[in-house]
Design a protein around this ligand. Sequence first.
Ligand SMILES: [Zn+2]
Length: 458
Amino acid sequence: MPTRREFLTQIAASAALTSAPVEALQSPTPAAQTTAAPRKSGIVQTVLGPIEASKLGFTLPHEHICVSSPGFWQAWPEFFGGRANFIRKVVDKLKAAKNEGVDTIVDVTPLDIGRDIRLLAEVSRQSGVHIVACTGHWLAPSLSMNARTAQELADFFVLEIERGIEDTGIKPGIIKVATDQEGVTPFLEKALRAAALASKATGIPVTTHTLAAARIGEKQADIFESEGLDPAMVCLGHCDDTDDMSYLTGLLKRGYTLGMDHMTWGLRNTIDSKILSWQQRAQCVKKLIEAGFGNQLFLSNDWYFGVSIAPTGTMDASEKNNPDGLLFNTRKTIPYLKELGVTDQQIRTITRDKPSAVPRLRLICWPKAAGVIAEPRVNLSRTTFRTSRPSCFAFISHPATHSIRVPCTFPVSKRPPISFLLYLLTLRHIQPRYNASFTLLTHSNHQNYSCGSGEKRS
Ligand SMILES: [Zn+2]
């Protein structure tokens, strides 16, 4: 008698060979992703545990608590005035930000620029500001990371997403990758491919650092698409460094979200006039909203409270240049956008609705016993698998039409019933209509899946 895994592998194999239509389904129409209204969906992992995406509130999707190097905090906390002092300073500033309406920040500081997950958890706990941490990789690989393959890097990202960061159990909510003036080096290409693989495997979105002057966003997009990653899962960062509308709208039309998230860098225009001022950046935001892309923009500061990768004194100089710190957008950019005629609702869309509506293809709690995961790709931008003992529920729906909904419930302790077999066939059937590929994989090497509520099952 076949084991359950063998059984399901056979089903998957036969589904791949079968073209039996499931006519009960309405025909989906092609996605109109650039115009679909943001929809709140999913659970987001914060450093204090999972929360409903709808609870994110006013969100700054590209910030840093501290930009450093791996091990630097442990070796030389005195550089930052000591850990307790630094935490006190950050908590004060985060509390002030919360008082002025900032609910959530996404800390896009991966391992190689000194991510300190316990520090993030502590300042979040004391300030009440939600912090979403990241896995992924920035521009500075250690020898150990440099020697890894794309698949190995993906495995590491997935490990952090599923197991948690280090031994804290704190899970990242986003995958950060970066490309800058050096272009797509062999290592950075591996990291980009790994981000795509890990995002597809886990449903965690991707956010990037780009150099707009070199049209790096396009190079990243090409790599993501070659790996079959849905552009709706990706925010290409630092796009406000350019006002080249052909570059920006080209990426938007491909389905990407653009991070207009370098706003405080506009203050450097007083030193270097080639840098766009923050007002020019805001004008560009307005133009993109007017062009109908208000659902595909993120607004952030790219602020930090400590930095050791730049000469000593950089933090003081930055604070002098931007006394508003994390509140720069709240106090300067948003009022200016309103002056330009951007409506409250349009601002709400980019600061609240959009961050909570990033598609999250969540593999919440697929029972290990089922031995199968479905790997959704391209356009299928909302797939949820849920289990709660003793039954498994899975459905898939399309963001534009909501026309595909295939519930399937079966007791995890028993062999899946015919409805589950139909579900597998359905995935197979809808796949060509979306120009998407669906792969059903046997899954044997992970002991636990994280659940929406944060519990673990094995
Ligand atoms: Zn940044």
